[in-house]
Write a protein that binds this ligand. Structure first.
Ligand SMILES: [Fe+2]
Ligand SMILES: [Fe+2]
Length: 358
């Protein structure tokens, strides 16, 4: 069976299992999704890092990752209501990279919403990106769910406007994963004000889904898996019954729960970063996750790259990961434990508590 067929088959099985607790003939899956009128699906593609070499040449691997994700998304059944792109479409934010990425994405037969990544932003602070994809932050309602798109990768004005001799230098400094000259990401006061006003119009029982690029939680500052004003953003989301934050940037599978907010990352189409326990070289950098997790396979080069299909039912988010040449995974909201859980890679006995393990 080729990859596309295998991926579709796996998703279809998962979709059936979500609704009815068992496998279904493929032809019945759409009925399962139609069971609750508010249930629907959307797809998410992230972190393509389209990289210009020169002239008409781009890094082939990154192109192929995105082309493949687009092609597979177009084949999904049931058809997602829309597609999210999670940021880092480009590597160094140039018009050539953004244009090339937009051209590949234009093959999608869906409405696409875009999230800003730091690799898209720091060359011209999003000017060209906005021309192609629209505002850097906005919200929209879809079938009873309130969706919010934030630009979470801004930083201090002094660093942005005064620190560097030119825009290219600023972009390069922010593009480095562990560059000590980088600066912590943040949503910032302007967007927090906007978010507060946006949420004021929404009933507290409405399911909220927030899309950001960096995690709206503090995981690992050394690599900017971090949002400096995360607590302030979380405080704005706290009054709502069900909130899911879905983010890119980390190029790995992460899930967490803080109060009423579930956090799930999506994978990259470009390359994987190692998992938390493998980058815990220095004790003070250990991530503090309220839902400790086991690792999938940090030494497998294509682990945590690929695509995932996302199911939203009644505001909770289930992520179905299709991993290249690896075991597929599902991170699903566990209603008993009230947090997302990856049942295949985490049991009560297998948990690694990073605070004690190293
Ligand atoms: Fe990225
Ligand atoms: Fe990023």
């Amino acid at each position: 069976m080729n990859n596309i067929n295998r991926s579709r088959r796996n998703f279809l099985k998962t979709g059936g299992a979500l609704a009815l607790g068992g496998t279904l003939p493929i032809s019945l899956v759409e009925l399962a999704f139609a069971e609750a009128s508010q249930n629907f699906t959307f797809a998410y593609i992230s972190d393509a890092h389209i990289q210009h070499i020169k002239g008409s040449r781009f890094v082939r691997n990154w192109d192929r990752g995105l082309i493949r994700a687009v092609a597979e998304t177009n084949l999904l059944t049931p058809k997602p209501d829309f597609v999210m792109f999670g940021g880092d479409l480009a590597q160094l934010g140039s018009p050539a990279e953004l244009d090339h990425g937009a051209e590949i994405m234009s093959a999608l037969s869906h409405k696409v919403h875009y999230v800003m990544g730091e690799h898209d932003y720091y060359l011209d602070l999003g000017v060209y990106w906005e021309k192609l994809f629209g505002p850097q932050y906005h919200s929209f309602d879809h079938k009873g769910v309130h969706f919010i798109v934030l630009n979470s990768i801004r930083t201090y004005d002094d660093w942005t406007y005064n620190r560097w001799p030119g825009n290219e230098q600023r972009m390069l400094e922010m593009a480095g994963l562990d560059n000590p000259n980088g600066s912590p990401f943040m949503v910032g006061e302007e967007q927090r004000k906007w978010l507060k006003a946006d949420l004021a119009k929404i009933a507290k029982t409405t399911p909220i889904v927030v899309f950001s690029h960096s995690p709206l939680q503090k995981i690992y500052k050394g690599w900017n898996f971090w949002t400096e004003d995360a607590e302030q953003v979380q405080a704005l989301l706290k009054p709502f019954k069900t909130v899911s934050v879905i983010y890119g940037h980390v190029h790995q599978i992460q899930y967490n729960q803080i109060g009423n907010i579930s956090f799930n990352s999506v994978m990259a189409t470009a390359w994987p970063w190692p998992y938390p326990a493998s980058y815990a070289q220095a004790q003070h950098y250990l991530p503090k996750l309220t839902v400790p997790m086991n690792r999938a396979d940090p030494f497998f080069e294509r682990d945590a790259t690929g695509w995932q299909f996302i199911n939203v039912a009644n505001g909770n988010v289930d992520l179905n990961f299709t991993l290249y040449n690896n075991t597929d995974r599902v991170v699903r909201f566990d209603k008993t434990k009230k947090h997302p859980a990856d049942k295949d890679y985490q049991t009560e006995n297998m948990r690694i508590d990073p605070q004690q393990h190293y």
